[in-house]
Design a protein around this ligand. Structure first.
Ligand code: AHR
Length: 519
């Protein structure tokens, strides 16, 4: 009897120890840091679409909504807190109908046009080049202007650059002076066409390759500002398009290769383009599919990078993911062309996965722009008249801002799978970096909405002595922040971890995003 009792006791302890030993393992190589994570990976996109510009950013000087020279004060304050590094404007598809000269000079003289791309609403051109560039200045963000290749001209594009960057005594500069701006803005980032396979002109890759070099060649550098010109890609999986654009670049004489510095990729996380589903009323199946599709971005970047590597092994051309994010059905009762959707914990998880993926590919990915800044698709902010809501995605950008311009630390992750029906995905997702003060940041996502994940993390090449952590999670997988209500999703302190020598032992709650800071 006694012997039986002792065996049971030993078995109990053995099982208990085994059960607690993490089967999820992460190695962070602090001894092998080489690549810088460009801060521009944390960029945004603002299009003349729905209530992104009008109502979201710009309310005009005479609005009752508190504003600084026409820009919403609350939006400016919120965006400053996440250190927005770059904003792409004016589209998107809108860019290919936009004639920039209609958006400068006295408001009363700016023509009212119809936004034929997004709902046929009146565009009064009150937010134009000066307003966009001043907005970027207020935020300390770099502007990224997308020129009109679809219905514009080479001359329009080259004069836009003259207008904003030149200091010569030429008509465009005189015009800028007349409109009240003496100093040039020195805009570096320029997009040459948007989705030229579709709303940007339904072009073939061969045709566009020549349009690109023609436009680009006549957009000149002024002063110290060397332009970074970004080419349009094909559909996300059009690898042949990438092949054609890269091949032409490679075959161009070296002294002319400046016509392209970046190559864009657009990728939206969507369940099905014909049945997108609701942003907040969804099942676990829809949670799973969205996360599975978010993870696909990694494969997509790898495949485009492999092609780019063949033509550009030195990685001179950056991959610029200048539109990404979730896309659901528009909220009930809203103009379907306004693409307004709520934002839940699921979107926060997608944002964290995507940013981890960009970080891990920072040797090639040099910029990314979430679609879109305010009130459109996966926005960091939504507004209703004078009210503002910071979305779960906002808090991910806030939490992850520590990775901006830090050095990537390579990671190796072995983890359990999260399965739904017959399908399986990795339950954890991670990236790590070291900032200029030597602090290590590790961002870990638990995609599984039902199970805690025990993780053992080894940090090679660094004597970690102390650490702290923050978490984004919620009780419900479709938790969201709403107008006039207490926030359901934001950043909270996290303590379910311990540091032992060079190991970090963590208990990651289901459906959570955790950021560690280690010193
Ligand atoms: O972000 C909305 C639209 O999606 C953009 O205007 C276009 O480029 C893309 O198809």
């Amino acid at each position: 009897m006694k012997r039986y009792f002792i065996i049971c006791l030993v078995l109990f302890f053995a099982l208990n120890v085994f059960a607690q030993r993490p089967i999820n393992k992460l190695v962070v190589r602090a001894d092998s840091a080489e690549q810088k994570i460009s801060k521009f990976i944390y960029g945004h996109f603002a299009e003349h679409l729905g209530r992104c510009i009008y109502g979201g950013i710009w309310v005009g000087r005479n609005s009752k909504i508190p504003n600084i020279r026409g820009y919403r004060k609350d939006v400016l304050t919120a965006l400053k807190a996440i250190h927005v590094p770059v904003i792409r404007w004016p589209g998107g598809c809108f860019a290919d109908t936009y004639h920039w000269k209609e958006g400068i000079g006295p408001y009363s003289k700016r023509p009212r046009i119809v936004n034929t791309t997004w709902g046929g609403v009146v565009e009064d051109n009150s937010f134009g080049t000066h307003e966009f560039l001043e907005f970027c200045e207020l935020l300390g963000a770099e502007p990224y202007i997308s020129v009109n290749v679809g219905s514009g001209t080479v001359r329009e594009a080259s004069e836009w650059v003259e207008y904003v960057n030149s200091t010569y005594d030429i008509p465009m500069v005189k015009l800028r002076h007349k409109n009240g701006r003496l100093k040039p803005w020195n805009v570096k980032f320029w997009g040459i066409g948007n989705e030229t396979w579709g709303c940007g002109g339904i072009m073939s890759a061969d045709y566009y390759a020549n349009v690109l070099s023609r436009y680009s060649f006549f957009m000149k550098n002024y002063g110290e500002t060397k332009l970074y010109k970004i080419a349009s890609s094909g559909l996300p999986e059009d690898f042949n398009w990438t092949e054609i654009i890269m091949k032409k670049w490679k075959n161009t004489d070296t002294w002319l290769q400046d016509y392209m510095s970046g190559y864009s990729l657009h990728y939206y996380t969507v369940i099905d383009w014909n049945k997108k589903g609701s942003a907040i009323n969804f099942t676990e199946k829809e949670w799973f599919i969205i996360l599975q599709k978010a993870l696909y971005l990694d494969e997509l970047i790898k495949k485009h990078s492999e092609i780019m590597d063949r033509y550009d092994p030195e990685k001179r051309i950056g991959l610029v993911v200048d539109e990404w994010g979730t896309w659901y059905d528009v909220e009930p009762g809203v103009n379907p062309a306004f693409l307004y959707q709520q934002n839940s914990l699921r979107d926060a998880i997608v944002a964290a996965i995507s940013l981890n993926i960009f970080n891990n590919h920072c040797d090639r990915v040099k910029m990314a722009n979430l679609a879109q800044l305010v009130n459109v698709l996966q926005s960091v902010i939504i507004t209703k008249d004078e009210q503002i809501v910071l979305t779960p995605t906002y808090y991910v950008f806030k939490m992850f801002s520590v990775h901006q311009d830090a050095t990537l630390l390579p990671t190796k992750l072995e983890c359990e799978e999260y399965s739904y029906g017959e399908e399986k995905i990795k339950s954890l997702n991670v990236s790590a970096s070291r900032d200029k003060d030597g602090k290590i940041h590790i961002s870990i996502v638990n995609l599984d909405p039902n199970n805690v994940k025990e993780l053992e993390c080894k940090i090679l090449g660094s004597n970690v002595e102390k650490g702290s952590a923050e978490i984004i999670t919620a009780e419900r997988m479709n938790a969201f922040n709403d107008f006039g209500k207490t926030e359901e999703v934001n950043i909270k302190p996290f303590e379910k971890f311990k540091l032992e020598d060079d190991r970090l032992i963590v208990s990651l709650p289901p459906k959570s995003i955790v950021m560690f800071e280690l010193e």
